[in-house]
Design a protein. Structure first.
Length: 71
């Protein structure tokens, strides 16, 4: 009877271990997805800052700020 209990317990622990591994994989996949989304958000913010910076540089250098009023 002890051998049967040992085999049953081993099978149960193997099944539980498989479920735990599947759950851990799902959690890691979700973290990877969230990390990728965070990287895209940072890249988008960088792109916005760069385009705003170009407009500020153009304004600071007076690009297009001179108008000929004597014509």
């Amino acid at each position: 009877m002890d051998l049967i209990n040992a085999i049953t317990n081993f099978d149960q622990s193997t099944a539980i271990g498989s479920v735990q591994m599947a759950v851990a994989k799902k959690i890691l996949d979700m973290q990877q997805f969230q990390g990728d989304a965070a990287v895209k958000l940072i890249q988008s913010a960088e792109q916005t800052v760069n385009s705003s910076g170009d407009a500020l540089v153009a304004a600071a250098t007076g690009l297009g700020g001179q108008i000929d009023t004597y014509a």
